[in-house]
Design a protein around this ligand. Structure first.
Ligand SMILES: Nc1ncnc2c1ncn2[C@@H]1O[C@H](COP(=O)(O)OP(=O)(O)OP(=O)(O)O)[C@@H](O)[C@H]1O
Ligand SMILES: [Mg+2]
Length: 242
């Protein structure tokens, strides 16, 4: 892992009307890191991801991608620069096939088209284990395969930074193991990863750094062991007596 910053938020705040959802979030993600974000429901995790990708504009603060201020760039432009994400609620094109969904992401998610987009789409589906469903329409998929498709579409953009928002919910033990192996293999080929997840064991087995958010603030940031044992995290997230 190098120490150069690939994604950074400086003093990010977000309000919906009078409701302040995020308050001064400053995080620096180094190239090659694999970082887990945990925190109670409503902590602001998805909102933070929306601000990183450009789906929302912050009411204060800045976002830097590879050292450049991208705060005013839209999601497509940030994606072309190498920032991809999955959605907590999968959003495929329901009437298109799995393969078509991935091919659309190859076409629209990259600044430079690969020599063989069809081959790229197949390689992604092989990597995520969804090739068997390539010709099914997305609307026929169950939730787990929709999440795999969501991940496939993000990978199809050939990201440098991949943001995952709760792709582990509802998995069996074995499926969880397979997901951990898949995320690790994506990371091993050089992709920086931020993974929002409620299932602690998935983060503990995958991440080298954890960030705990609660009520729109960063409560703790450090190694998984440090963060899980921090008293404020125990209180806010695991419900231990204060
Ligand atoms: N567009 C919006 N307008 C108003 N309030 C919003 C909007 N989006 C999110 N919120 C509120 O902001 C807070 C943070 O929501 P967010 O979805 O970011 O939480 P989260 O940490 O991802 O939670 P979960 O673990 O349940 O996914 C919640 O109280 C939510 O109701
Ligand atoms: Mg969320």
């Amino acid at each position: 892992m190098t120490s150069s910053s690939i994604l950074q938020s400086g003093g990010i705040s977000m309000s919906f009307g009078a409701y302040k959802v995020l308050d001064d979030i400053s995080l620096n993600i180094a190239k090659g890191e694999i970082v887990g974000i945990l925190g109670p429901n409503g902590a602001g995790k998805t909102t933070y991801m929306n601000l990183l990708t450009g789906a929302l504009r912050p009411t204060g603060g800045q976002v830097f991608l590879m050292g450049e201020d991208v705060t005013r760039l839209d999601t497509a432009e940030r994606c072309h620069r190498g920032l991809a994400r999955t959605h907590q609620v999968p959003k495929p094109f329901l009437h298109m096939t799995v393969f078509e969904n991935v091919l659309v992401a190859v076409h629209h998610g990259r600044a430079v088209q690969p020599a063989n987009p069809v081959m790229e789409a197949w390689m992604v589906l092989k990597e995520t284990g969804l090739a068997h469903a390539a010709n099914r329409t997305a609307e026929t998929l169950g939730l787990l395969d929709r999440k795999r498709l969501e991940l496939s579409r993000a990978l199809a953009t050939d990201p440098k930074v991949l943001l995952l928002d709760e792709i582990g919910g509802g998995l069996t033990e074995a499926e969880g193991d397979a997901l951990v192996a898949l995320v690790k293999s994506i990371h091993a080929r050089g992709v920086t990863i931020i993974w929002i997840e409620h299932i602690m064991r998935l983060l503990m087995e995958t991440c080298t750094r954890l960030v705990c958010m609660a009520e729109g603030r960063v409560l703790a940031d450090g190694t998984p062991e440090q963060v899980v044992e921090a008293p404020e995290v125990q209180t806010a997230y695991f419900g231990a007596a204060a």
